[in-house]
Write a protein that binds this ligand. Sequence first.
Ligand SMILES: NC(=O)c1ccc[n+]([C@@H]2O[C@H](COP(=O)([O-])OP(=O)(O)OC[C@H]3O[C@@H](n4cnc5c(N)ncnc54)[C@H](OP(=O)(O)O)[C@@H]3O)[C@@H](O)[C@H]2O)c1
Length: 261
Amino acid sequence: MKKLAVVTGASSGIGYELARFAVEDGYALVICADEVEIERAAEKLGRLGGTVEVVQADLATPEGVDSLWQAIEGRDIDLFFANAGRALGQAFHDQEWRDIDRLIALNIGQTTTLLHRVGRQMHKRGSGRILVTGSIGGFVPGPFDAVYDASKAYLDSLSYALQDEWRDSGVTLTCLMPGPTETRIFTREGNHLQDAPITEKPKDDVTTVARAGYDAMMAGERGVVPGFTSKVMALLSGVVPQSVLAQIHRMGAEPKKGGGS
Ligand SMILES: NC(=O)c1ccc[n+]([C@@H]2O[C@H](COP(=O)([O-])OP(=O)(O)OC[C@H]3O[C@@H](n4cnc5c(N)ncnc54)[C@H](OP(=O)(O)O)[C@@H]3O)[C@@H](O)[C@H]2O)c1
């Protein structure tokens, strides 16, 4: 019997790469995402020789989480990647409440539900590895991406707390905290980041970022910030006043004048 890896948000970006590494390491996969694109990801991953099960579900809803849980409950989950997430640009007062609500439900509410269910199962068994995709955005106040950065601060904090609770349990939890990484998160229509200057700037390579997270998880490390610039930002966040960090973030996130998204 192959060991089991479960990856949320595996249809593209960091999650797809994490799923690819797991399948290359011989894990059977259960992958989940909201859109039909997840089927194409499953085909590609299957061609690498893996067993791939797909759950197409909206993980911003309790029903979506329940359908993923039904597919994995009762099986020993060896690796769990809590990766699905979305961003939301623009000024807070220009954002629609339903978009804010959905981001909080996905990045915080339902991700916590899944971590609770999976973490409880792993803790009972005394083994398992979890990787949470947080962000260096969690270290800084994020004007024009404010709720997103706050949601990642929650995830970064939750991760470090749970690692401590589980330190003697055989369960490891690693927090991957990428800086800006080249994925579709910047160009997805609903994320409203098309007019943010950061979208046009060079970003970290997605494979390198995911690799750093995967390797840190396998080594049982507590957290990893991939990339030199992001490491510097993470260090600065401990010493530079919050108001200055907010200004630095604004430079990359404030929509360019005349932008329409
Ligand atoms: N790229 C960066 O700069 C960066 C930096 C720090 C942290 N991160 C984090 O990395 C993670 C992955 O993002 P990415 O950059 O790889 O972007 P991405 O390519 O947009 O991937 C996002 C993944 O999450 C899934 N997803 C979104 N909403 C969902 C929902 N309601 N239900 C189920 N799945 C959903 C997407 O699937 P669908 O298309 O089916 O919705 C997709 O598979 C996110 O948590 C993000 O916050 C990214």
